[in-house]
Design a binder for this molecule. Structure first.
Ligand code: GDP
Length: 193
């Protein structure tokens, strides 16, 4: 088995609320190896490149809103002037570009076996209201799709965590140079695997 790498970003709501240390310690305590860290303002271009520009991604995001609206009998056209999931996804991406420039972002690259599953498990559901207690999003936020859309902003959900192994590699290479990453093993690794 090979180790994988994932990118974590503490988003502006996490940074502004002083949660950097608390959040990073959760990934350390579960046993992941931190191989890179950085704190910086991101540019519009970097954020645009970070979130996918594919119809598949726009559709996934738009469908999240439509599924939520269907449950609550809300009409997407009232907020988005469309019920096309791709168009809704494009609007959410434009909100993300602004939101991710509200403060400097805190980046961490973590490495381990099955790291993607682990970072997604610790982060919790994308929608904070649905994120389980014990997860970062469940413990530190309670935002909802309806409120976020009504206020023309993305869900404020504290953290970004890579969703697939391929995304992890792409995102790490986008934000970190090879010389900013450090290969080493944790001293307690032999007790974990
Ligand atoms: P993630 O991998 O869990 O962050 O989820 P996605 O990659 O699907 O979405 C990226 C980010 O866009 C999320 O973390 C939210 O901040 C935001 N977002 C996703 N879907 C919606 C939505 O339907 N409405 C709003 N307002 N924001 C959304």
């Amino acid at each position: 088995m090979q180790k994988q790498r994932a990118l974590l970003i503490i988003k502006p709501d996490g940074v502004q609320r002083g949660l950097i240390g608390k959040i990073i310690s959760r990934f350390e305590q579960v046993g992941l190896t931190i191989i890179g860290l950085k704190f910086m303002w991101a540019t519009r271009e970097q954020i645009t490149a970070h979130y996918p520009e594919t119809d598949a991604w726009f559709k996934k995001v738009g469908e999240r809103t439509l599924t939520n609206y269907a449950k609550k009998s809300l009409d997407a056209k009232k907020v988005f002037n469309t019920d096309d999931p791709v168009m809704i996804g494009k609007t959410v991406k434009s909100w993300l570009v602004n939101y991710m420039q509200e403060s400097p972002l805190f980046f961490a690259v973590v490495e381990s076996y099955d790291v993607i599953e682990i970072v997604r498990k610790l982060s919790g559901n994308t929608i904070p209201l649905l994120a389980a207690p014990g997860t970062i999003r469940g413990d530190f936020s309670h935002d909802t799709i309806d409120l976020a859309n009504e206020q023309s902003r993305p869900l404020r959900n504290i953290i970004h965590a890579s969703d697939t192994v391929e995304d992890g590699e792409k995102e790490v290479n986008l934000w970190f140079k090879p010389e900013e990453l450090f290969a080493y093993s944790r001293a307690d690794e032999k007790f974990m695997f």
